[in-house]
Design a protein around this ligand. Sequence first.
Ligand code: ZN
Length: 397
Amino acid sequence: MRAVPLLMALFFMVPHFAAAPDINQQRAKELFLRLARIDSGKENEALICSLVERLLRDLGAEWVLNDEVSKKIGGTGGNIFAFFKGTAPAPPLLLSAHLDTVLSTENIQIVERDEIIATDGTTILGADDKAGVALILEVLQTIKEKSLPCPPLEVLFTIREEKGLLGAKVFDLSQIKARYGLVVDGGGTPGELIIASPTHRGFEVTFYGKSAHAGAEPERGINAIAMAAFAIAQVPWGRLDEETTANVGIISGGAAMNIVPDRCTVIGEVRSHQEEKVQQVLNRLRDACTASVAQFGGKMDWKEQVLFHGYRLTEEEPIVATAVAAVQELGLKPRLTKMGGGTDANVFAKGGIRCLVLPTGGRDHHSTKEHLILPEFYLNGRILLTIVMHWARGEKS
Ligand SMILES: [Zn+2]
């Protein structure tokens, strides 16, 4: 008899989510497992492409395109791009995730324990980014099943993201009408909204010296490895400041213990959330290399490459304001964060499409310890659904 008022009191005390419907957790998990069992980590994305293409059609997409860009960038399959016209008079919204995985998952053995999905440790799981793909498809399914208000949605599943955002880079971005979107491909915990990613540049410098017998006539040689080492030692590495990192990753050269090496190649990278800092750090390194070459009397060949451009969304931008409101509605604390890596959102930003990156619930990406924390996966799905619904209502705060 006393339980009834107690329950009522609890109902008013505990934040309740009447306004925001939930995804179907079991269905989301089953879809993730289905995707995880398809290997898409070694030039073989065609199979997963055709599956998601079929699922998008079944979900009632107006159209689904496969651009077959593997013909240009290698591998198999293509970016899958679909359009749902929606029911609400809101601006279009882009939802995106990638279909490939960083390594093969051939013969994957999936282990589920205590609400965590992992593998037996011999392959990666591929939650990066099949968990993102599954969440987007489950949100579309929930919207359809419950006839929820929905903005026009453009859904883009890319290939070869792990090979350097290749699928997104060759996708014809002029096809996308949305100016804002959500890329479901992040680490972190539910409520985290990733608003920034650094600019990332690589460098490769080859030092040329002169070979000579190391014991008989070292005076006639110019040691290319010593030249490289001297240059590397002149500049700082690692975390240079709060938003800038630099790494020397590979050094190779030399032919034998007793030959003065005539050649040494050094490969590394610089990242920063301030684009101009990347160039400053590279210039400093290049100057150090030039000075070393002058001192040793050698030569060098310097190359730089932009891997991706950084971006930063502001709190005022509608996709951020909408996501913050949606996360708050679910009783969670929104946390705006920066990531150290890149996603397809970097490519979209360059094309004028501003995307927030949402976490999937995956952890330890790119390793055989990779796992998916199911309660977080479900909650991230609910957050995604709530953001889409807020966008449909045109609510920004
Ligand atoms: Zn990813």
